[in-house]
Ligand binder design. Structure first.
Ligand code: ADP
Length: 218
C-alpha cells in the first residue's frame, strides 16, 4: 500500500500517468481538478464560486479545497493507498494533509515550459470519463471520440493561452515551494524528466514504477 502525491506543473502529465499507475499500484486516484469540474456543473453557490477561480486559472481557496479533499479521503477503503493529483497546491494544504494521512512518496514531473504550452493548447478531455488526449501527441483512435468509453472529447475552458500562462505562474509561485516542505520532512521523491513532447506515457510510467521498486514501495 502506498500513499503518493504526483506533483508537477499543469500539463506535466499528472493525470495521464496517475490513471496508468492506478491499476499496477492498486490505489485510488484523487484528482482535485476533476472534482472541481464536477462541482462546477452544479448550478449552486459552491459551483459558481469554484468556477470563478478555475476559469481564471487561479487556485480555489484553501478552506474549500481542504474540506473537499477531507471528504474524498474518508471514502478510501481501509488498507488501500492513493495517488493525489493536483493536491496539495499550497503550503497550507500540504500542512493540513499531513495532519490527516501519512505521505510515503512524492513523484515529481519535470517538464520544460515550451512542452507544457504545446501540450495544454492541444489537449482534449473526455466529457464522460475524464480520460486525457492530445490532438498531436496522444491521438484517440477516432477523432473526437474517447477510446475507452466512446464519450465526446472537448477542450477545457482553462486551456486557453492566457489562462495557461496564469496557471504556470500560480504553479511557480504557490505550488513549487511545497517540494521543500516534503524534502525537509524526509519524504522520498522520485524525479521524472520529460525532454520531448512525443514521449509515450508508458515510458514515464515504467520509469516511475522502477523508482518505486528501488524504494521498495512496489
Ligand atoms: P492542471 O494541473 O492541468 O492545471 P487541474 O485539473 O489539476 O489542472 O486543476 C484545474 C484547476 O482546478 C486549477 O487551475 C485550480 O483552479 C483548481 N484546483 C485544482 N486543484 C486545486 C487545489 N489543490 N487547490 C486550489 N485549486 C485547485
Amino acid at each position: 500500500m502506498v500513499n503518493a502525491i504526483i506533483f508537477g506543473a499543469p500539463g506535466s502529465g499528472k493525470g495521464t500517468y496517475a490513471s496508468r499507475l492506478q491499476s499496477p499500484l492498486e490505489v485510488d486516484v484523487i484528482a482535485t481538478g476533476d472534482i472541481f469540474r464536477e462541482i462546477m456543473k452544479e448550478e449552486n453557490p459552491l459551483g459558481t464560486k469554484v468556477k470563478s477561480y478555475v476559469e481564471k486559472g487561479l487556485l480555489v481557496p484553501d478552506n474549500v479545497v481542504i474540506e473537499v479533499i477531507k471528504q474524498r479521503l474518508a471514502k478510501i477503503p481501509k488498507g488501500k493507498g492513493f495517488i493525489l493529483d493536483g493536491y496539495p497546491r499550497t503550503i497550507e494544504q500540504a500542512k493540513n494533509l499531513s495532519k490527516i494521512v501519512k505521505i510515503d512518496l512524492v513523484i515529481q514531473l519535470i517538464v520544460p515550459d515550451w512542452i507544457i504550452i504545446e501540450r495544454l493548447s492541444t489537449r482534449r478531455i473526455c466529457k464522460n470519463c475524464g480520460a486525457v488526449y492530445n490532438t498531436r501527441y496522444l491521438k484517440p483512435k477516432v477523432e473526437g471520440i474517447c477510446d475507452k468509453c466512446g464519450g465526446p472529447l472537448y477542450q477545457r475552458s482553462d486551456d486557453t493561452p492566457e489562462v495557461i500562462k496564469n496557471r504556470i505562474d500560480v504553479y511557480e509561485r504557490q505550488t513549487q515551494p511545497i517540494l521543500r516542505f516534503y524534502k525537509e520532512a524526509g519524504v522520498p521523491i522520485i524525479d521524472f524528466k520529460t525532454e520531448s513532447p512525443e514521449m509515450p506515457p508508458e515510458v514515464a510510467v515504467e520509469k516511475i514504477l522502477n523508482g518505486l521498486k528501488k524504494l521498495q514501495l512496489f
